[in-house]
Design a protein around this ligand. Structure first.
Ligand code: FE2
Length: 430
């Protein structure tokens, strides 16, 4: 293996016993390029030709307040496969906030668990007080990797092969782009949404493979909401208005307290290039959903799969270290209990039928993105270590047979949720 280390970044982080700054969550600060990776076991199949990308959270500076793992800066890890060989590189995403904190040599923004006013600079996104760290998600669209932030950030672009950075996506609107943009690999469209605390509270958009915005429309909601993901089929996009959102009275005083409200879940279905007046709302059982897997059309129905949370606002986790009980409950799948679930929206009658597909705690799933939006067969979900946001295995579902297989990783080894793979397109590359 050949290794090249990049000049070190500035860090002011001090050792601590924070459960999400130690163990498997210990931040990594080193940036490297490595070639000819050693194969420990077996052989890399020669026909794997492309890159694997993973967006991770690595705290660089001493937190101003109580660190939450979602506050940390984005580091992209890439493994590139070609001719049976693999190379690796990793880079921090040079967001405006990362660069500002490098210059300052300290944290300038507080985090999700901190009171309003902790930040030393104006914040970004729906919350308004946070650092846009671009660390939630990564996709490849129009030949560029796009790193995004769950509270709606500027969306940062990188070359998926070299990880060379090319700044914010020029098409990103003022209200930002939420994590979990969707790429329809069949058409080259990227679908996105954003949300905010000002009316109309949500927008939805489509960007074609050349980076041109071909649709951007308000999705009026009754108030500020906290959507995390969306779904799409060949012809429709599905947005959500779930009854788990900030307490409106407290929000006026800039206190971001999440509550379950006595409301149904609502799913807004509109044609891909539709406008606000085209949205049809379908009601379903109240829940919160972090991630969807896929959606497709069949006869009069639009079928959508995702993870239904049985207990979206869990009680403090008793087994957590003192002071971390609330934070750790919200990061613990055994507490919020996400279950593989199917929603069937009848486009003729407006009725919703729901179906539980599995009763294990599963989340952070992946499908073959080449068939996203169409009828599919396999789902790859992850399992997690009880009490922890640590993914300790996989469950593969065969939707045709109803069978599933489970694989648990050896103790102390953890998987990544929702990485992205991008196959190289040899044709046209010369
Ligand atoms: Fe997510």
């Amino acid at each position: 293996m050949k290794l090249e280390r990049l000049p070190p970044i500035k860090s002011s982080l001090r050792p601590s016993n924070h459960p999400y700054l130690t163990g498997a969550w210990t931040p990594l600060h080193e940036e490297v390029n490595a070639w000819d990776l050693e194969v420990i076991e077996g052989k890399i199949p020669a026909d794997i030709d492309g890159v694997y990308l993973r967006n991770t959270e690595n705290q660089v500076h001493q937190p101003l307040g109580r660190h939450h793992p979602f506050d940390a800066d984005s580091m992209i890890h890439q493994i590139s496969f070609e001719n049976g060989r693999a190379s690796y590189r990793n880079r921090f995403v040079r967001t405006r906030c990362f660069e500002a904190e490098q210059i300052a040599g300290e944290s300038l923004w507080g985090g999700l668990a901190d009171p309003w006013g902790t930040s030393k600079r104006p914040g970004f996104g729906a919350h308004g007080g946070l650092k846009d760290n671009a660390s939630t998600d990564i996709v490849v669209h129009g030949g560029k990797a796009l790193a995004t932030f769950y509270q709606c950030g500027e969306a940062y672009t990188l070359d998926p092969e070299t990880l060379e950075q090319s700044g914010v996506a020029p098409w990103a609107p003022l209200d930002g782009v939420s994590a979990h943009t969707k790429v329809d690999e069949r058409t080259g469209d990227l679908l996105f949404f954003n949300y905010s605390t000002h009316a109309p509270y949500m927008h939805y958009g489509v960007v074609d493979r050349t980076g041109k915005v071909t649709n951007y429309t308000p999705i009026p909601l009754p108030g500020p909401r906290l959507p995390h993901d969306m779904a799409f089929s060949e012809n429709y996009s599905i947005l959500n208005d779930l009854p788990v959102f900030w307490d409106a009275e407290l929000l006026e005083r800039n206190i971001h307290a999440v509550r379950v409200h006595d409301l149904p879940s609502r799913f807004g279905v509109l044609p891909r290039y539709g406008k606000a007046e085209d949205v049809r709302w379908f009601e379903a059982a109240p829940t919160y959903i972090l991630h969807f897997l896929n959606a497709y059309e069949e006869g009069d129905e639009l079928i959508m799969d995702g993870y239904f949370q049985e207990n979206p606002t869990p009680k403090p986790l008793k087994t957590a270290p003192e002071g971390y009980e609330h934070m750790m409950a919200y990061l613990d799948e055994a507490s919020f209990r996400p279950r593989l679930h199917r929603w069937r929206f009848n486009l003729k009658t407006g009725a919703t039928v729901e179906q539980r597909l599995d009763n294990r705690d599963l989340e952070f799933g992946m499908i073959n993105q080449r068939i996203a939006g169409r009828k599919y067969r396999y789902i790859y979900s992850t399992t997690s270590k009880p009490g922890w946001f640590l993914l300790n295995g996989f469950v593969k579902h065969d939707l045709d047979t109803g069978q599933s297989q489970q694989l648990t990783l050896p103790e102390g080894r953890y998987a990544s949720g929702i990485p992205v793979r991008a196959a190289r397109e040899r044709q046209g590359r010369g």
